[in-house]
Design a binder for this molecule. Sequence first.
Ligand code: NI
Length: 147
Amino acid sequence: MVILSLPTKMSSNTVFITRKAHFNAAHRLFRADWSEEQNDSMFGKCANQNWHGHNFDLYVTVKGTPNPDTGFLFDFKKLKQIMETEVVEKLDHKNLNMDVDFLQGKMPSVEILVMEIWKLLEPKLDGCQLHCVKLYETPNNYAEYFG
Ligand code: NI
C-alpha cells in the first residue's frame, strides 16, 4: 500500500491593496477618416460631435509583502498622492481628446485609458508592484489592465 502525503498548503505573503480615485472628463470617440454614419454606428453616443462627459472611478491595486515593522505593504497616503499627481491632476475636468498630452493621437476609450494610466503609475511605485488599473467609465462599464 502506498501512502501519499499531500503537500502542505503554503500560505502566501502577498497582499493586494486598492486605492480609489475619481475624476470627471469629456471625450469624443470618433475617427476623422470615417463618415459621421460610420462613427455613430460604431461609437454611439460617445461619437457625439459636441463632446460629452463621464464620471470616471479609478481603482489602482498594488501588491507586495507587508513590512513586519509597520504592517504596511505600501503607504495608502503615498499611493493616494501618486494617483493624484500622476493621473487625476492630468485628467480631471479635461477634454481627453484635446487637453491631455499623452493622449494626443489616441482614442480616449476606457480600454486605452487604463493602458496609459498604467504607464504613468508603474515607474512611480517603489517598494511594491502595480497589479491592476481598473477604470469605470459608467457604473456598468469598466476596463482592467494588468500590465
Ligand atoms: Ni463616452
